[in-house]
Design a protein around this ligand. Structure first.
Ligand code: FAD
Length: 325
């Protein structure tokens, strides 16, 4: 049966995050011929319509209030709720990102809906949507379906492939004048201070080079940064490296950090504690570099290199440069 599906666009630095395109692919799959609507917030929302329509949106609802230029819980909550009331979707998707993780449970609670969070896969079984999501910190996966009512889910980045861009598509655009109760907006963003480099976003990166306490200092991250730049990837870290102040906590991967599922994860000087594995063990190919042949990280690695990371990482960089640069 055809369904109306609504996707909340996740915007960072004026650009759509990939997870929005991945959510549109999921939306197209479950719509079964119904209308896929994307909603995008902020004063530059119009600039994003083309990309949304090329990747599956049939309709785009723009909310251009400048109060939505930066994410704040209250403003997004109010705007998103009004869009949902207008579109009356059967299915709602957001990215499982800082934005989606914050706004979705609030909306679900307010509208009395269930929420299936952190979905890594989606299939249609006898016309019913069945979502796959991790449990026990990524050690197992469970399949879930909603018995009745609106289906609401957050989609984990890098798991559901985006559709190829179809430049012949163009979406119907509508501007919605939402009413934000300005007095009830409890947060005012005055400045955004970036703690990560401007390059590839860690949670969406296809390649992640992660350093642990084995990098020994902030300078020890430099060879990892060079390898990441040759491979077009992002640098991440274990909590051990963050606790030792070699890097910012914004880079932390794991149970209490970011969850990443890149195509290639290279762990350098990371022992492989269970809390770290919770954030990266679903990566498609894992390479571990560690001096200790007994290190637990080798238990999840597809390729293991027993050696000193300060010798191995520069060698890898040189070899990749020969074929890539
Ligand atoms: P270590 O365990 O000290 O390992 C360093 C490794 O580097 C060793 O295996 C060593 O052999 C190797 N090494 C040293 N020198 C070199 C060299 N020159 N070349 C190659 N290898 C070398 N951790 C996380 O990562 N993410 C989390 O989200 C997280 N959440 C946590 C939540 C809770 C509630 C708790 C209790 C802990 C959490 N931890 C988390 C911490 C976790 O338990 C580990 O302490 C941490 O992951 C260890 O970091 P590490 O592997 O970098 O350091």
């Amino acid at each position: 049966m055809s369904k109306k599906v609504l996707v909340l666009a996740d915007v960072r630095d004026g650009e759509l995050r990939n997870v929005t395109l991945e959510s549109l692919a999921a939306a197209t799959k479950v719509a079964e011929g119904g209308v896929v609507t994307a909603t995008v917030f902020g004063s530059n929302a119009k600039d994003l319509v083309e990309k949304l329509s090329h990747h599956g949106a049939d309709q785009v609802v723009l909310v251009t209030d400048p109060a939505l230029d930066q994410y704040t819980t209250d403003a997004y909550f109010q705007a998103f709720k009004q869009v949902i009331e207008k579109v009356e979707p059967d299915v709602i998707f957001t990215g499982h990102t800082a934005v989606g993780r914050d706004v979705s449970p609030r909306i679900a609670a307010r509208l009395g809906l269930g929420l299936i969070s952190d979905c890594t896969g989606l299939e249609l079984v006898d016309g019913k949507m069945v979502f796959t999501r991790p449990i026990y910190a990524g050690k197992a996966f469970v399949k879930k379906a909603v018995r009745e009512g609106i289906v609401f889910a957050t989609i984990r980045p890098n798991n559901i492939p985006a559709l190829e861009a179809d430049t012949s598509r163009s979406a119907v655009t509508e501007e919605l004048d939402v009413q934000l109760e300005k007095d009830s907006l409890r947060t005012l963003i005055k400045d955004v201070v970036r703690k990560t480099s401007d390059g590839v976003d860690l949670s969406e990166a296809r390649v992640v080079i992660a350093g642990g306490r084995g990098v020994k200092s902030a300078d020890g991250f430099k060879p990892l940064e060079e390898l990441a730049s040759v491979l077009g990837g992002a640098v991440g870290a274990s909590r051990g490296a963050c606790d030792a102040e070699y890097c910012d906590y914004a880079l932390q991967i794991g149970q209490t950090g970011k969850v990443v599922t890149p195509d290639l994860y290279i762990a350098c000087g990371i022992s492989g504690a269970i809390q770290h594995l919770a954030g990266m063990s679903n990566s498609k190919v894992i390479v571990a570099i560690n001096k200790d042949p007994e290190a637990n990280i080798f238990s999840v690695a597809d390729y293991g290199i027993v050696g000193d990371l300060f010798e191995v990482v520069p060698m890898l960089t040189e070899e990749f440069k020969k074929v890539l640069v």
